[in-house]
Design a binder for this molecule. Structure first.
Ligand code: SAM
Length: 111
């Protein structure tokens, strides 16, 4: 089991891939939100899924959204996306998802 020193537990990639496969491919063409993103394991897996169904890297990244309460996790997540795809990940809100539902809705529906 992957954890960090704050006892946060990250979902292993093979389980993430099984979860992602449960949802029809067409659903990945629209916006996808990870509401407790940690350091972005699901975010990377979702972006990979979007790319695998024919979206460009930019389309995949721009239609993936993340919320994470801890600033240092947000920073790691952004760095990981940039290191993997060479594109800045802007769709991240660093806040408490449960206390900011309206803000999160506006963030996803901004276009
Ligand atoms: C157990 S980790 C899981 C991370 C990732 N979803 C995964 O499955 O690998 C939970 C994450 O949710 C964040 N978190 C907990 N409560 C939250 C809240 N109310 N709003 C946003 N993020 C939250 C924690 O900081 C932590 O990074």
């Amino acid at each position: 089991m992957k954890t960090n020193n704050n006892t946060e537990v990250w979902t292993p990639r093979h389980i993430m891939d099984k979860m992602i496969a449960q949802i029809p491919d067409e659903s990945y063409r629209g916006p996808v939100l990870e509401p407790s993103a940690g350091i972005g394991d699901f975010v990377l897996a979702i972006i990979d899924k979007k790319i695998s169904i024919g979206m460009t890297k930019k389309e995949a990244i721009d239609s993936t959204f993340a919320v994470e309460i801890k600033k240092y996790n947000c920073d790691i997540l952004k760095k990981r996306v940039y290191e993997k795809y060479g594109i800045e990940f802007r769709n991240i809100l660093c806040c408490d998802f449960l206390k900011n539902i309206d803000k999160v809705k506006d963030f996803i529906c901004k276009d």
